[in-house]
Ligand binder design. Sequence first.
Ligand code: ADP
Ligand code: NI
Length: 216
Amino acid sequence: MNEREQQVIQNTEKFVHRQLVSEGSGHDWWHIQRVVNNARQIADTVDIDKWIVEMAALLHDLIDDKVTHDVTGSRQDLMKWLEDQRVSEQQIDHIFAIIDTISFKHGYKTLLSREAEVVQDADRLDAIGAIGIARSFTYAGSKGHLIHHPEESPRDNMTEDEYRYETNTAINHFYEKLLTLKEQMNTAEGYRMAEKRHQFMETYLEQFYAEWDGKS
Ligand code: ADP
Ligand code: NI
C-alpha cells in the first residue's frame, strides 16, 4: 500500500466512524473494526488487493437499509465521497460490487472477486463465536424477542422478508443462520477461524439447554 492509499484508509475510517458511532442495530463502529481485523487476518494468507479488502470492509454496512433510511441517497453520497478522495472509477466499481454482494440476506449470489470472498468471510466471522452470541442477544433484545421458546422451532428456507421482519427467538437464530455460516466460508483461513467460533457456539448451546432444564 502506498502513502496515498494509506491516507485514504485513514480518511475512510473517520468518515465511517462519524456515521456509525451511535448505530444501534449491531452494525456500530466496533463491528466495522472487528470486520476489518478479521479481513486483515485472512488477507495476510492470500495474494489479493489488500487495499480494496480494507476499504470494502470499512464501507460494507454503510449503504444497507439496516443503517440508512435512504439507500439511494447514501449510495450517491458514498460515491461522491470516494470520487473526492480521488479513488479511481475501477476501484469504486470494485468496492461497490463487494458491498452489494456480500450480505447474508442476499443469499448465495455469486461473489465477483477474491477480495469479496475475504470481506464476506470477515463479516460472517463477526456473526459467530462469542461475539456472534452477544450480537444475537442484543438484536433479539432490541426487537423485544424472547431468548428461547421450547415450542417454537427454527424455520427452514425463509424469504428475505421472513428473515428480516418475522419474530423469532434468539436461540432459533443460531439454527437459522449462525450454525450454517461455517460451511459457507470462502477461504481456508476464514474456515479455520470459523471452526473455533462454531465449536464455541455448540458448547454454549449445550450449557444453555442444561441450565434451561435445571440440570447444570
Ligand atoms: P447481516 O446483513 O450482516 O446478516 P443482520 O442485520 O442480519 O446482518 O444481523 C446483524 C446481527 O444481528 C448479526 O449478528 C445477526 O446474527 C443478528 N441477527 C439478525 N437477525 C437476528 C434475529 N432474528 N435474531 C437474533 N439475532 C439476529
Ligand atoms: Ni457487517
